[in-house]
Design a protein around this ligand. Sequence first.
Ligand code: AMP
Length: 634
Amino acid sequence: MLGLLSYRTFIRRVSSKVIGIDLGTTNSAVAYIRDSSNRKSATIIENTQGQRTTPSVVAYNKDGKAIIGMAAKRQAIMNPENTFFATKRLIGRLFKDTEIQNDLNTVPYKIIENHLNGEAYLETTFGEQKSPSQVGSEILVYLKRAAEEYLSEEVDKAVLTVPAYFNDSQRQATKEAGRIAGLKVLRVVNEPTAAALSFGLDAKNDGVVAVYDLGGGTFDISILDIDSGVFEVRSTSGDTHLGGEDFDTVVVDHIFNVFAEQHSITDISKLKNNREIMQRIREAAEKSKIALSHFKETSIDLPFLYDNKHLNMRLTEEKLDKITLHLINKTISPVKKALRDAEMDPEDVDEIIMVGGMTRMPKIRSVVSELFGKPVNTTVNPDETVALGAAIQGGILSGEIRNVLLLDVTPLTLGIETYGGVFSPLIPRNTTLPVKKTEVFSTGVDGQTGVDIRVYQGERSLVRDNILIGDFKFAGIPPMPKGAPKIHVTFDIDADGIINVSAAEQSSGQAKSITIIPKSGLSDTEIQKMVDDANANKERDDALRQRVELITKSDIMITDTEDSFKRFHDTISKHDSFPDVLAEIQKVRRQIDHFKAHDADESLDLNELKRSTDHVQQLALQLFRDVSSTVNRN
Ligand code: AMP
């Protein structure tokens, strides 16, 4: 009778398991290590709706409560400004970054600058600010609970994945999302490395592997050597702001242009600023892009898109390939760079694994095959393999999986600023982790008693072109002639790629160190408070979330019915029962509006709303059946 126990009752033990979570730009997934008949294998855990992946979408209602995953995605059209998707593109980034500035007008929600730390944050129409880490944590909590329900144990340890090309701030911000979700993040693994772990765990897959990972928001390429359980990353490269969302944006622009042409609209900026229109077109753009991975041609129909005008167009695979070719080509130079860094030629690569939803696009597969001169390997599931690899890394850490060694690399060069804004590298990119390295620096002025240690990440020779990831003042050096003090600066990077920098002056024994922390403005105490708040309000939050999801479901059903009525108005309005059904719909619409306005009021009876929604659906269905049988008879 387990099914009758409440969630809280049956979860008592804290699991020793370490779950693996792929927190993706578009979709996320969770996996664990299953032990069946003495064989350990990574397995995806379905979410509470039985889905193997969960859309990385979080919507907020006016009480600040979150709706997550498919429920959030489905209500996006009605609530575009408070529905946050693809927020991984913002995580750990400054508002003034060019990539963020470019995104401002392509998403229907508001991205703002957080005044404490200059980072890109999100703002709801209710005036609440959310950090991308907070939004990410909502998805992590959702997946953590799915795992807990599935395993019937409390889960508090996880391995998270990040794009290989994420810098320190982005990694830290992802770890922070884990902490807000109440998870101990034991390791942060690079996504392509995780994919290779899952691919290569089968001993038959030894050899040189290139992982080409193009997801919703990021592109990574990693080259690995797999040999009897030792996974050595030879190089990695990529672009943290290139993915399916950019393909969607190109298709969105194309659709706007066709619509403007079809209806002789000269100024489309007004349409583009309409968040509901933008959301409808974005969804249609993504749908058609996906359809064109399976068909040569698809149609896009959006009735009453603007000013009683309908959009009706066809899109071919050939056209899609043509308008997005520049984006596909943008992945080529990182691939070449990774090959160069690994000191390999394309023919040295034995297998090319395709990861991330975008790699289902036939044109991408053909461009990559051509580049390597051999067919790409499509045997791995591009949506699941990263989470499976994260679970394997979790299994290695918990001791469930033995005889596997992972040697990952740092994706970007690390160093400090020296005189004149010059970047002095200490640890070159693609150095195997963990790593520790010390270099000696000195003062530039006689009698100088302090120096600023400013730590940067990047490949450019002047610091202003790289990313400042942390700084500290090193004071207390005894006055000496310039060049005399010997300041030992040590960089220590752990297996997560998290950096610790320390400085010590030899003659005086002065020493100081910092762990580079994200500039998110959230202290450990604040994060702990958020975790405590979430735990304290869990039962109420769950109940409220269920209410909101039910109201949203009814709203979607009624909106779908209203849309069909509009579309087929000419035919169905002639039917005798039409006025009665319409009146019933309007009644339920009023009910929904009332429930939406009072969704926190627990005394309202949701069953009544459910009953009337079902009733209207039946009536509408019958009406359509009657109309179509009349039409067929005539
Ligand atoms: P991921 O971040 O790996 O979940 O990848 C999601 C991205 O892949 C989104 O931009 C999707 O639109 C895209 N995608 C998913 N399936 C397909 C498909 N069959 N063809 C083209 N793109 C796809």
